[in-house]
Ligand binder design. Structure first.
Ligand code: NAP
Length: 324
């Protein structure tokens, strides 16, 4: 059997696409991702980045805000209600040279499909220091919501690295548990939106450490991470911040590895969308939506909008090809 549409990814782009495709009688299959320790560490568990966040205050329709995981479960339920079929596996390989396309998943099943929507989002970047890898899961994390409540962070100082909305959100969230949060940023102005930046700088449990980068994560076998050596880029001086945790919030990289170079991406890995305002990719019949194809906006609402467009683009493509 050949599916009409397979959607890979389960963030706002994936579910919006599934809702529209299901209502257009395309019987979409959604690969929402596998539930595994590897995916937990990479931040690629089902339901996307919003499932790793707390209050979402800017998604229209929720004047009092909504929790990210609740919003995602609502979208999933809505897609299911209209008949989307959900597979809780990762897609590991695709063959886009054959028609229909062939996908292989993490339980070694294959599926054939006439159209494919890539909605795999992006995952958190790390600094790339060797010492950072040593203390991953023992102090170093890229997800405050996932790990912030662990005993090792309670009533101890922690570090957040970055100056964007994510870093500010993580820093504010961590003040619930940590005795103090050092916000280590390589410049002396935050990139975050004004409302987030103001909230962060007003919080007296957050201490910004400006013009500073992390040189080495410090720790030992018994305690895991105990601190970080940081360097002031203006003075060139280094000092140690005692902290039991470091939360890295320095941006994200698109999840395109499973495509194995078969779709054109830009130099940062974002899927290229050659037709303005549409979701067509370099391969006919393959569409992309959300953060995986968006180097600019990266918002939940823009991802959902792109997911809707991908379903409509795929529907038109199938009609043009006479596939019903
Ligand atoms: P971002 O806006 O790209 O910010 C990344 C931050 O990390 C920047 O401050 C950057 O420094 C710093 N950085 C990057 N590479 C670094 C490195 N190697 N070493 C040290 N610092 C490094 O990423 P984001 O905060 O994840 O946000 C991504 C998008 O999601 C944004 O559009 C944001 O608005 C959105 N978002 C929105 C919300 C919300 O609305 N509630 C929440 C989270 C994210 P520089 O400033 O010097 O470049």
């Amino acid at each position: 059997m050949t599916e009409k549409i397979v959607i890979v990814g389960s963030g706002p782009a994936g579910w919006a696409c599934a809702i529209y495709a299901a209502r257009a009688n395309m019987a979409p299959v959604v690969y929402e991702g596998a539930i595994s320790e590897e995916n937990r560490l990479k931040g690629t568990l089902p339901l996307g980045q919003l499932n790793l966040t707390t209050e979402v205050e800017n998604f229209p329709g929720f004047p009092d805000g909504i929790l990210g995981p609740e919003l995602m479960m609502n979208m999933r339920r809505q897609a299911e209600r209209f008949g989307a079929r959900i597979v809780t596996e990762d897609v590991l390989e695709v063959d886009l040279k054959q028609r229909p396309f062939v996908l292989r998943d993490s339980s070694a099943n294959t599926v054939q499909t006439h159209t494919l929507v890539i909605a795999t989002g992006a995952s958190a970047n790390y600094l790339g220091l060797p010492s950072e890898g040593v203390y991953k899961n023992r102090g170093v994390s890229a997800c405050a919501v996932c790990d912030g409540a662990l005993p090792r962070f309670r009533n101890h100082p922690v570090i957040v690295v970055g100056g964007g909305d994510s870093a500010c959100e993580e820093a504010n969230y961590l003040t619930k548990f940590a005795s103090k949060v050092y916000l280590v940023h390589r410049r002396d102005t935050l990139r975050a939106s004004r409302i987030m930046a103001e909230r962060t700088l007003k919080n007296d449990r957050i201490e910004p450490v400006w013009n500073t980068v992390v040189e080495e994560v410090l720790g030992d076998e018994v305690n895991g991470m105990t601190g970080a050596r940081v360097k002031n880029l203006k003075t060139g001086e280094s000092h140690v911040i005692q902290a039991t945790g470091m939360f890295v919030a320095i941006g994200h990289t698109p999840n395109v590895k499973f495509l194995n170079g078969q779709i054109e991406t830009d130099d940062k890995g974002f899927v290229k969308l050659p037709k303005p305002f549409q979701t067509y990719t370099s391969v006919e019949g393959v569409f992309a939506a959300g953060d995986v194809a968006d180097p600019i906006y990266k918002q939940a609402i823009t991802a959902a909008g792109m997911g809707c467009k991908a379903a409509l683009d795929a529907e038109r493509y199938l009609a043009e090809k006479g596939i019903h």
